[in-house]
Write a protein that binds this ligand. Structure first.
Ligand SMILES: Nc1ncnc2c1ncn2[C@@H]1O[C@H](COP(=O)(O)OP(=O)(O)OP(=O)(O)O)[C@@H](O)[C@H]1O
Ligand SMILES: [Mg+2]
Length: 346
């Protein structure tokens, strides 16, 4: 088992700096998820940890050793690639054992590791099949198995479950609980990130925006980008201007903000999670229902108030229809307040 310590990492392709002075400490045994939109540098960061691309600046330590210039095979990592292409002519067993055979691992040891990984991933009955005879999910399991047999201290996963079922996700989490290895997992899917991670690293344009537990990044997003990236339905963002008294807000949602946080005339954006809007008859605001989405165990109610769209979650089974006027309220202590200019949390 090993942690990973990245300091001042810079990666350039020509003049394009894709990773910009990035610092990151991955704790031993944690499940760290790198989350961000397409092109933000997630795969590039992972490839640099694996030693597949040269760094332009900075250091990478794995298990306490400086591995910045080490060969991929020396780094003690197992990796599942974004394009996890299996060798089509090889059986599942041969696909899983390929790396070990190339490395000259003794036959009995290869058999032990493949057997163990196959059992963990429920691949044992499929070991003699070729990739073409497998479902998409089974192929993804083989790609994970190929990394697991390395019995490495650090596993790197580049979107291995994209478009995959929640069940395999739970299996991977159980696998991590069993193995206790350090795992760094890349995804652009916030549900995957929330459900798998010990900690989430939110990235944008090669720069870390926030690092925290799923609860921390969800409940106290560091900036507008993080607020908008996590949560479905998305957080309600309500622009407002602070009144002359320095605490009250004009506009669609007149309310009072904590004194000292904001100043008179300051432009702010309120971040309100849909689950924090409470429908209640004596609520301070009235909004018109535009659209209702039944979700089975709850409803998503889309409303408008003075031109501002707002979504709310309703769990109590009441009947709500388009055109209804609903009274609602919110708990100010659950608000996120961002500066409209810097977009940072206040
Ligand atoms: N070999 C390369 N040469 C030049 N530019 C590259 C190279 N690899 C990646 N890039 C660029 O670096 C940026 C980051 O790419 P990267 O693959 O790391 O993104 P990503 O976050 O993994 O995105 P996705 O979610 O789409 O996989 C992109 O703008 C990409 O075009
Ligand atoms: Mg990628």
């Amino acid at each position: 088992m090993s942690g990973v310590n990245i300091q001042g990492l810079s990666i350039k392709f020509g003049h394009n700096e894709v990773i910009k002075g990035l610092d990151l400490q991955v704790h031993e045994g944690e499940f760290l998820v790198l989350l961000g939109p397409s092109g933000c540098g997630k795969s590039t960061l992972l490839h640099s940890i694996a030693g597949l691309i040269a760094v332009s600046g900075g250091r990478i330590h794995i298990g306490g050793r400086d591995m910045t210039e080490a060969e991929p095979s020396e780094r003690g990592i197992g990796m599942v690639f974004q394009s996890y292409a299996l060798y089509p002519t090889m059986t599942v067993e041969k696909n899983m054992s390929f790396g070990l055979r190339v490395a000259g691992t003794p036959k009995a040891e290869i058999a032990r590791r493949v057997d163990k990984a196959a059992r963990m991933l429920q691949l044992t009955p499929l070991l003699d099949r070729k990739p073409a005879q497998l479902s998409g999910g089974q192929r993804q399991r083989v790609a994970i198995g190929r990394a697991l047999v390395r019995e490495a201290g650090v596993f790197l996963f580049d979107e291995p479950l994209s478009n995959l079922d929640a069940e395999l996700r739970r299996e991977l989490k159980l696998l991590h609980q069993t193995l206790g290895s350090t795992m760094i997992y890349v995804t652009h899917d916030q549900v995957e990130a929330m459900t798998l991670a010990s900690r989430i690293v939110v990235m944008k344009g090669g720069v870390i925006q926030q690092i925290g537990t799923p609860a921390e990044v969800y409940e106290t997003p560091a900036n507008l980008f993080v607020a908008g990236f996590l949560g479905a339905p998305a957080i309600n963002l309500v622009p407002a201007t602070v009144a002359a008294d320095g605490v009250s807000l004009h506009g669609a949602l007149p309310l009072r903000l904590p004194a000292g946080k904001v100043g008179a005339g300051q432009g702010v954006v309120l971040g309100i999670r849909p689950e924090h809007l409470r429908l209640q008859d004596d609520g301070r605001w009235r909004a018109t229902v535009q659209l209702v989405e039944p979700m089975g165990n709850h409803q998503v109610v889309w409303m408008t108030l003075g031109g501002q769209g707002l979504s709310a979650l309703v769990h109590d089974g009441r009947r709500v229809a388009a055109g209804d006027t609903l009274a609602f309220d919110l708990d100010e202590s659950r608000l996120s307040i961002f500066d409209a200019g810097s977009e940072q949390r206040l």
